[in-house]
Ligand binder design. Structure first.
Ligand code: F6R
Length: 593
């Protein structure tokens, strides 16, 4: 969602900040801004719209070496220049960028208004700037003011703060929104993500909740808000390299990421299997084996992957549930102390899941996080973590992360069952995926047909229904075509009323057990005029099926079928001319509830 990029450097910093904000564009935003500390003043530029526009309005040849930029995804107040960050305080003493949401901003704002503060924006961030100014008037000390403000804020925040015309320091504070410091050769940098800093920094410090401090061009000082002495700092490195975020000849990240799926499965095998046996942390496998109840919590695409995981774990005799995090967080239920929670998140920063994690940790149950992002909030807050090794995912629509999640569930289930067949089954999947990639252009005519419609329905049963839900999500996210997935058996209980002449229906056939009933469902919609596109597995194929895929083990068919759905969505969006990697209204990492 929102992005922060800033630093204190020995070199002019404005171009670095603009480039950094661009590298965060994939996260989704609708306005952008930058504040530079120079010549005893703050140079503030903000725009509604893209970072390119910000770069155009920014005065040329700025020599400022300290500054901070922001991309905002509107929460409080519409996207506009005045609501864009940085947000200055009333007398411009503090200039603040903020990721997160302040839950109690209304009451804080009222108190400040009663004290004579005036507000220009509708943002919760301006409350923070003015609160800092108020506290500074009492204490005369910036660090003490930040600490006092943190005590009053309820909610999530990663803050970067410029004070007056002080060019030496860039202050920060954090609670429940990510913030990383990077040490470069020519300065110290901070950002909401490693990516913008990869060009400058090799060593990093992850700021954790309740910490605040400042950077100078060659130092970082961090305090915990309940301690009076600075914390010991140890830098770490990241496996990310700037090449990971290049398109390397692909027109879009989404296409690149779909086609990285084969590497993703290979990396998972290499990380969790040594050629003879699984090399998972034995404690994790023991805990899962011993658990009576396994509860998956996730959102969006990760939730859809968990639907497949649930089938694997049930096959191992586990009582297994899957919940949408934003639902569970407000109606939590923990059956007993033997329940294990598996929180699944590509980004590791999804606010709904952080909320769930807090509840589970408070109640003392075991949590395993499955994430693609080492060092993320959900990684650090869990008892155990299993990494997805999918490589950075830039396109807003998640593709390879789903593949990684399903493949990892399969490997875990294989380890629980004590069978290494899973590994050879996955190797077979890689081969089939490569074939699909080679023939991807044959899907274009089907995608072009889909793109001409305003409603598209998916039908499947069992695994096929689960994967149909993900394919339908992909289609609606990037083509804005209304789409839903139904279990074939439910048609007659309502959804068939939607079918009329020309309604496109995409149907999956992978399971011998349900092949006949799902074929009957296709007949039912055909009889009402639907145009049915059938995607079947070779051994179940019938004349007329438009897309026939090689046979693979039934439990792994989602890894193949989902690629077809991803490609169909991709090519349909291409046909419609939409911004595939940055679909409207969506953000890559949903860091507010
Ligand atoms: C869909 C998509 C979202 C995410 C969801 C959860 O393409 O990307 O539905 O899957 O926001 O995100 P993570 O997995 O980062 O928790």
């Amino acid at each position: 969602m929102c992005g922060i990029v800033g630093g204190v450097s020995l070199e002019p910093i404005s171009q670095y900040i603009i480039d950094g904000l661009k590298s965060l564009e994939y996260r989704g935003y609708d306005s952008a801004g930058i504040a530079l500390s120079m010549d005893g003043r703050i140079e503030l530029s903000r725009v509604k719209g893209r970072v390119d526009k910000l770069a155009q309005v920014l005065p040329q040849n700025l020599i400022a070496t300290t500054g901070v930029g922001h991309t905002r995804w509107a929460t409080h107040g519409e996207p506009s220049e005045i609501n864009a960050h940085p947000q200055p305080s009333m007398h411009q003493q503090f200039t603040v960028v903020h990721n997160g949401v302040i839950d109690n901003y209304r009451s804080l704002k009222k108190r400040l208004e009663n004290r004579g503060f005036q507000f220009l924006s509708e943002t919760d961030t301006e409350v923070i700037s003015n609160l800092l100014e108020f506290e500074y008037a009492q204490t005369g000390n910036v660090m003490q003011s930040i600490k006092n403000v943190m005590r009053q804020l309820v909610g999530s925040y990663a803050l970067a703060i410029l004070f007056d015309s002080d060019e030496e320091h860039l202050y920060f504070a954090k609670n429940r929104s990510p913030l990383v410091i990077g040490k470069g050769r020519d300065g110290m940098y901070l950002a909401s993500d490693y990516i913008p800093m990869l060009a400058k920094a090799k060593e990093f410090v992850t700021i954790t909740d309740h910490q605040y401090g400042y950077i100078t061009h060659n130092d970082v000082v961090i305090y915990h808000d309940e301690q009076n002495t600075p914390l010991q700092i140890s830098f770490h490195q990241t496996e990310l390299v700037s090449e990971d975020i290049q398109l390397i000849g692909y027109p879009h990240y989404m296409l690149k990421e779909i086609e990285e799926s084969t590497d993703v499965i290979r990396r998972l095998i290499d990380n969790y299997f040594d050629g003879n046996q699984y090399i998972f942390d034995a404690l994790i496998i023991e805990k899962i084996k011993a658990a009576r109840n396994i509860v998956f919590l996730a959102c969006g695409t990760s939730y859809h992957a968990c639907l497949i995981g649930r089938r694997y774990f049930r096959d191992q005799g586990k009582n297994c549930e899957v919940h949408i995090a934003s639902e569970w967080a407000f109606y939590p239920y923990i059956a007993d102390q033997d329940s294990i929670f598996i929180i699944v998140s590509q980004s590791g920063e999804t606010a709904d899941l952080i909320h769930c994690m807090e509840i589970i940790n408070e109640r003392g149950a075991t949590v395993i996080t499955i994430t693609n992002t080492k060092g993320s909030t959900l990684d650090r807050a869990a008892d155990h973590t299993l990494l997805l090794f999918a490589g950075i995912e830039i396109a807003v629509a998640s593709t390879k992360a789903y593949i990684a999640q399903v493949a990892l569930f399969a490997l875990i289930a294989g380890a629980i069952a004590g069978t290494t067949n899973t590994v050879s089954d996955l190797v077979q999947i890689i081969k089939v995926q490569k074939e699909i990639i080679k023939k991807r252009d044959s899907l274009i005519p089907h995608a072009q047909f889909i793109s001409k419609n305003s409603d598209v329905y998916f039908l499947g049963r069992g695994y096929d229904y689960d994967v149909a839900r993900e394919c339908s999500l992909k289609l609606k996210e990037i083509t804005y075509i209304h789409s839903e997935a139904f279990p074939g058996g439910e048609l007659k209980h309502g959804p068939i009323a939607l079918i009329e002449k020309g309604t496109p229906v995409i149907g999956f056939v992978s399971d011998p057990m349900t092949a006949d009933p799902i074929r009957s469902n296709f007949q039912e919609v055909c009889a009402r005029g639907a145009d049915v596109l059938i995607i079947s597995s070779k051994s179940l194929a019938r004349t007329g099926d438009q897309i026939v895929l090689p046979d693979v083990q039934l439990y792994l068919t989602p890894l193949i079928k989902v690629m077809i759905g991803q490609y169909l969505a991709y090519f349909a969006a291409l046909e419609l001319g939409y911004n595939i990697d940055k679909p409207r209204n969506l953000a890559k990492s949903v860091t507010v509830e």
